[in-house]
Design a protein around this ligand. Structure first.
Ligand SMILES: Cc1cc2nc3c(=O)[nH]c(=O)nc-3n(C[C@H](O)[C@H](O)[C@H](O)COP(=O)(O)O)c2cc1C
Length: 245
């Protein structure tokens, strides 16, 4: 039940106190995260812990000037990493066959271990926020952290002791009936439920004192996702050693 309670109170935390995150606590949560299931036991990820203020400041900039990346005491770069697989194959005179499947495997492994780290951290009372913005400059970020060929930062995880006076209320999720299906996918007219969700999310943002359009979810998607995001990403990942064939 503890895991359920921790999951049910998750909010992304973007403000932290000055209290340091000690090495033992970090070790505990990362070791727990490393129990995450992993495709074919490949463990196609790496966790790169950044505490150095200057490096975090550069990462914050690369992620689109996200203040909390610089302010969090710990930033863990959650990397998709197939470099060890290449080394293992090479030990036997073989070459790693890179393709879309292997790229997806590494990204999924990274997501699973990253979510486990998030859950472990939050179960210890820490606050976290994931940072996909780092993929804005995926090559520069890889160079900054000295990643080998065959690794990229899938997302970052900011970790710190939360400033509970700034804890936001839970962000509403889509209604379960739109997301959870039983036996067969229930497709229907989504518009009424999505409009209701727009209203709930707008009320949530306004309750936080933030402005929000009435179409807080559908409109943001329509305006922000009707042109491809990060169109250069595929080519960038190819330069880092990933394949999409
Ligand atoms: C893979 C991933 C990348 C994310 N990237 C960012 C980010 O770059 N910056 C940020 O402030 N939040 C980021 N988030 C946090 C989401 O915005 C947040 O989880 C979502 O709005 C739901 O809010 P909640 O986590 O507070 O419930 C990311 C979340 C995920 C899962």
């Amino acid at each position: 039940m503890e895991a359920i309670a921790t999951l049910n109170r998750h909010v992304s935390m973007r403000r932290y106190t000055d209290r340091p995150v000690d090495d033992d606590t970090l070790h505990t949560l990362l070791e727990a995260a490393r129990r995450a299931p992993t495709s074919s036991n490949l463990q196609a990820y790496s966790l790169l812990v950044v505490r150095d203020a200057a490096t975090k400041a550069q990462l914050a900039h690369l992620a689109g000037d996200q203040r909390w990346v610089a302010e969090a005491p710990v930033f863990v770069a959650i990397c998709a990493d197939i470099s060890r697989l290449a080394a293992a194959a090479n030990m036997h005179g073989a070459a790693l066959a890179r393709n879309t499947e292997l790229t997806l495997v590494a990204a999924i492994d990274a997501a699973l271990v990253g979510m486990s780290a998030c859950l472990a951290a939050e179960s210890l009372g820490l606050g976290t926020v994931m940072i996909g913005g780092i993929r804005n400059h995926v090559v520069e970020a890889a160079q900054l952290l000295g990643l080998p060929q065959g690794a990229f930062i899938a997302f970052g995880l900011c970790i710190g002791w939360p400033d509970d006076s700034q804890r936001p209320p839970l962000k509403p999720r889509l209604p379960a009936e739109l997301v959870v299906h039983h036996e067969r996918y229930q497709a229907g007219d989504l518009a009424p439920a999505l409009a209701a969700y727009d209203a709930a999310l707008a009320a949530h943002y306004r309750g936080e004192g933030r402005g929000s359009p009435d179409d807080a979810w559908t409109g943001v998607i329509a305006r922000g996702f009707s042109t491809p995001r990060r169109p250069e990403l595929r080519a960038a990942l190819e330069t880092l050693g990933f394949d999409f064939s």
